[in-house]
Ligand binder design. Structure first.
Ligand code: NAG
Ligand code: NAG
Ligand code: NAG
Ligand code: NAG
Ligand code: NAG
Ligand code: NAG
Length: 760
């Protein structure tokens, strides 16, 4: 026993002891005895706190008791449960470790006064503490496999509610960007809004300067490609009326040479900007003689692309904005920028056809197993680097994961960030989701920044079709994108196929449709075969019994996929399907009249009918019509009406509508819709996770697993897990248990039959 006794008052005392005398090192499950007495109803708290270099008094355990009796004498035995962050080493499953050598166990006592909250340790009536050692980081064990399942739970979507960050020192210098941002040339940049100053003096000065502003903006950019449009956005300010404001930097494409322009031609510089070089652009607006009106709290800033303009292709480095202007722009040293540049310089062009092969080769040789530990040979890392160089960004993402998580390799956050950015700039949807996820959570050294997360998630490839405003992308491709849980496969794939084929050949429409879908997507171990798929779709449609089969086939005819395009025949089928009650066909008829026949009046009528009958596509398309005012019967643009249609469609899970809603939520630019970036990000993350490509990767992983290739399965699950998808995260945990950590968790295996352990 190591007793610690305080007795300040004969009636109140508190006493803390440990059950074993060897307890100078605290371990998980250590028991502490707390003995106390008080003269009135009181509150007892026991807490374990840790202090590291960065944070002090971080509570890792707490329990409270209230006693209402007028005189209390009690003993509590408390078992202390410690979190993985101080028990285990840093590894793939234990990303957040606290590097502390000692912890403080403390207890305190307070009288419970009527209704008032019990006090804190520091304000309490009686308090005691004891400092104990914990194992230093280097001596801690790795996290045992039995804890694996909780891993996914820890990593799950957890966003804190307090989204408003109040800067303790109000400054007129704003960091618009502190961490590099990858940008793919799309319309979804990072939105930043400014608040009025809290300090009255500063705010008065700002308001005074509205008509004669003096501001400075400094932006680091790194271009990977020239601007592919007439204009590409670097940074711009959009005011309340959705108009560009004075602060504006754009890149133009003037016959191959890239130039920087300001708001009007007068600001145009004739300097051509180089590719693959960090460039700092400084923009000074000073004591303007013209009467411009410039209020930075009105509207919002966009870094990169927006609804109005596409973005540049490359990276943004740090961006500073001086609300009152400055004489001298200052940046601290940016190692990530240098590393990023170095990595790009090391890559040279050529050998493109080797890149996929290199990746597959690297994956198959990537891990060596050394007594339940994963190791990645230097050679594999080098192969992955070459593969990433040539633009194969699954390799970039895998490298990012390896460096960030310490998966078989030492942790190197700098390089992890570099490869994550390279993957995202390469427009790889996994890498975009990965970056979005990390910025949402603020993990692995990525700052928590919902505006950046918003930008990455909305850029995720699935959203590309928005650009093109065709209604093309909302039919069969997404409708039939298989749901993720399809991938809990068994070995019986071939049997399923034979079974379906047997019934399909005998005219069973459901079997024909399933077979068509399986072949169209190459599911269930079948290779993709669109021509055969279309034959089954045709057979099911031509029986004229099932309107959804008729609709599916009509769309294939319209698109000319796996069959010769025939609008006439497609249209006939659509009309029949609509007459037989297919809601999708009503929307299809709208699409046909609008896009093919250019008859927007009739199109709007069909969309309206479809929407009234609950079609999310119909609602979305009506929204587009409200935005464009293209319908001659209501030729005015009405964003509010569009917003309501999009919202209804988004609530039914419509992808493109969710993206539109997220945009309004991120900017807060529509009257009556306040800014809510968190809601925008949650909505987009959900939408991105429905992305068929994630599903394909999971399926590939599962197939590799069933074939006994645990390395490939593991790598593929890890890639998906790093985008934040819970299902993949738990599968990684399970794979780890069964193949890497131990046999013992076999029965937990959800992936296939539990009869036998498939590895070793
Ligand atoms: C003890 O009582 C206070 C209010 O007086 C309450 O806030 C607290 O949650 C209670 N704690 C427990 C463990 O019941
Ligand atoms: C606890 O650890 C810190 C370093 O982590 C050290 O500075 C401090 O002196 C230690 N305190 C005690 C009481 O051992
Ligand atoms: C529109 O999207 C389709 C795919 O859905 C694509 O084939 C077509 O090229 C796109 N059109 C434009 C102008 O980008
Ligand atoms: C399209 O289909 C119709 C029948 O629905 C047929 O008469 C016509 O020849 C077809 N057109 C082409 C180009 O195949
Ligand atoms: C859709 O709803 C309208 C009434 O709003 C109804 O007249 C029409 O028959 C419905 N169409 C289908 C295919 O259900
Ligand atoms: C726009 O649509 C909304 C909702 O549908 C409606 O209340 C409003 O009157 C419309 N505004 C105009 C200018 O038509």
């Amino acid at each position: 026993m190591i007793p610690v006794l305080f007795s300040l008052h004969s009636l109140n005392f508190i006493y803390l002891s440990f059950t074993s005398s060897r307890d100078t090192v605290l371990v998980d499950g250590s028991v502490v005895r707390v003995q106390y007495q008080c003269s009135k109803p009181c509150h007892l708290a026991v807490e374990v706190v840790v202090s590291t270099l960065k944070k002090t008094d971080l509570a890792v355990f707490r329990r409270n008791w209230n006693s209402s009796a007028t005189r209390v004498y009690r003993i509590h035995q408390v078992q202390l449960r410690l979190p993985p962050s101080i028990l285990y080493q840093h590894d793939f499953f234990n990303r957040r470790v606290l590097d502390a050598q000692n912890v403080t166990v403390r207890a305190w006592l307070d009288h419970l006064n009527d209704g008032s909250e019990p006090g804190t340790y520091h304000s309490s009536m009686l308090k005691i503490y004891k400092v104990l050692q914990i194992k230093p980081l280097s001596e801690r064990p790795t996290k045992p496999p039995t804890d694996c399942p909780s891993w996914s739970a820890q990593l799950m979507w957890q966003m804190t509610r307090n989204r408003i960050y109040h800067c303790p020192h109000e400054s007129d210098t704003m960091d618009l960007l502190k961490f590099p941002l990858a940008t793919t040339g799309e319309h979804f940049g990072v939105v930043r809004r400014f608040q009025p100053f809290i300090d009255r003096g500063l705010e008065r000065a700002r308001l005074h300067a509205v008509t004669q502003p003096s501001v400075t903006l400094s932006v680091w950019i790194y271009l990977l490609k020239w601007c592919h449009k007439k204009l590409c956005g670097i940074i711009h300010h959009v005011d309340r009326n959705n108009l560009y404001d004075s602060v504006l930097m754009q890149l133009t494409d003037t016959g191959g040479s890239q130039q920087l322009v300001g708001e009007d031609e007068a600001f145009q510089t004739s300097v051509a900007l180089p590719l693959r070089k960090w460039i700092r652009l400084d923009c000074y607006i000073q004591d303007s003689k013209d009467s411009i009106h410039y209020d930075d709290t009105d509207g919002y800033f966009v870094i990169g692309g927006s609804k109005h303009i596409s973005g540049i292709r490359g990276y943004f480095g740090p961006i500073k904005y001086y609300r009152f202007g400055t004489e001298e722009v200052k940046f601290s040293n940016q190692i990530t920028l240098q590393e990023l540049d170095k990595t790009h310089q090391e890559c040279s062009l050529g050998m493109k056809d080797l890149r996929g092969t290199l990746f597959e080769h690297a994956v198959s040789t990537i891990f060596t197993r050394d007594q339940a530990e994963i190791k990645i040979p230097t050679k594999s890392v080098a192969l992955l680097q070459v593969s990433s160089c040539f633009g194969y960004h699954k390799a970039s993402l895998l490298l990012a994961t390896i460096y960030l998580s310490g998966l078989g390799h030492a942790v190197d956050q700098q390089l992890g960030h570099v490869y994550s950015l390279i993957g995202a700039a390469g427009d790889n949807r996994f890498a975009l989701m990965h970056a979005g996820y990390k910025h949402t959570q603020g993990i692995d050294g990525f700052p928590k920044d919902l505006d950046m997360a918003y930008s990455y998630y909305s850029n995720t490839g699935v959203l590309k079709c928005l650009d093109n405003h065709s209604m093309d992308c909302h039919n069969i491709l997404y409708k039939h994108s298989p749901p993720l849980d399809v991938y809990r496969l068994t070995h019986k794939t071939r049997d399923v196929f034979q079974y379906l084929k047997f019934h399909a050949e005998r005219g069973d429409v459901e079997s024909q449709k399933r077979l068509g879908t399986m072949l169209y997507w190459g599911q269930h171990g079948l290779s993709k075969d669109q021509v055969s798929a279309v034959k089954w779709f045709e057979r099911s449609a031509m029986q004229m019994k099932d309107p959804s089969a008729m609709y599916d086939y009509s769309i294939l005819l319209m698109k000319g996929q796996g069959v010769k395009r025939n609008h006439t025949r497609g249209f006939q089928l659509l009309e029949k399907a609509a007459a037989m009650g297919s809601i999708n066909a009503l929307n299809g008829l709208g699409w046909y009249h609008g896009i093919i026949l250019n008859d927007h009046k009739t199109a709007a009528i069909y969309f309206e009918q479809a929407a009234l009958n609950g079609s999310a596509d119909g609602m979305f398309n009506l929204g587009i019509y409200h935005l464009s005012g293209i319908n001659p019967d209501s030729p005015w643009r009405n964003e509010t009406a569009a917003f309501h249609q999009f919202l209804n469609a988004a609530q039914l899970g419509h992808i493109a509508a969710s993206v539109e809603i997220a945009r309004y939520l991120s900017t807060g630019s529509l009257e009556g819709v306040s800014q809510d970036v968190e809601r925008a990000v949650i909505m987009l993350k959900t939408v991105c996770e429905q992305n068929g490509h994630l599903g394909f990767m999971i399926r590939e992983a599962l197939q590799a697993y069933l074939q006994g290739s645990w390395q490939e399965a593991f790598v593929k699950y890890v890639l998906v897990a790093e985008t934040g998808l819970g299902l993949a995260q738990s599968n990684v945990a399970h794979l780890c248990e069964v193949t890497i950590c131990s046999f013992s968790c076999c029965n937990l295996l959800r992936l296939s039959s539990t009869k036998q352990c498939p590895f070793f």
